[in-house]
Design a protein around this ligand. Structure first.
Ligand code: G3P
Length: 218
């Protein structure tokens, strides 16, 4: 399973990259705004900086919602760096644009996916990645992880090559469950990634090893 960090923060991307386990980055307009990156020029320049930091795929999201606009914006984003993946919303014009991009060698991440039916459409259109939003499904008291399991089952039966990128992943348990349920990629905040490290028995065990060493060696 691949690990992507879900942030536009250069500091967090660098910290995640330096762990040696990072496979890519996802961003969205909310995450860019959160970092204070505003204005088209600044946003494009920020994507270039992120692409220089990591070797893996970097999802850059379009703002347009009409077909021509998505295609124009996506083609521009794709030219910024070879590791850009154009992130396109799950709307009718988005599916049409993903199909266009797929025929023209531009890789895509279909975002804002909340149902298995949407996942089938995106795969048929040739999306490289599919982003089901687990946390937001949980927020409305539906089982978000079941969505990952359903899509994984359908993609396996049908032989779809689109990679399932579990998104809106908010904690370490989400990561473990996404792995169990067949996600190809998990994108999450750095805090969730670091949450995987934590276990009280590790802390207790390490303290004992160090204390025993000190007792024996002075
Ligand atoms: O990857 C999508 C993600 O950024 C959305 O997460 O926590 O806002 O639902 P969240």
């Amino acid at each position: 399973m691949k690990f992507f960090v879900d942030t536009a923060s250069l500091e967090q991307i660098t910290e995640a990259r330096d762990l040696g386990i990072l496979d890519g980055v996802t961003t969205n307009p909310s995450l860019m705004a959160k970092e204070g990156i505003v204005g088209q020029e600044n946003i494009l320049a920020h994507y270039v900086k992120i692409c220089e930091l990591v070797d893996g795929d970097v999802s850059a999201e379009v703002i347009s919602t009409d077909y021509e606009g998505i295609v124009k914006e996506g083609e521009h984003l794709a030219q910024l760096a070879p590791n850009i993946v154009v992130k396109v919303p799950m709307i009718e014009a988005g599916i049409k644009a993903i199909s266009h991009f797929s025929r023209n060698g531009i890789r895509t991440n279909c975002t804002l996916v909340f149902s298995a039916g949407q996942a089938i459409l995106a795969a048929k259109a040739g999306a490289t990645y599919l982003s089901p939003f687990i946390g937001r499904v949980d927020d409305i008291t539906w089982p978000g992880m079941q969505l990952i399991a359903d899509i994984a089952e359908i993609y396996a039966i049908q032989g779809f090559e689109t990679e399932i990128l579990a998104a809106s992943v908010r904690n370490a348990l989400h990561i473990v469950d996404a792995a169990k349920n067949g996600a190809d990629v998990v994108t999450c905040p750095l805090s969730a990634m670091l949450g995987l490290l934590k276990h009280p028995l590790t802390d207790i065990g390490l303290a004992k090893f160090l204390a025993d060493h000190k007792k024996a060696n002075g």
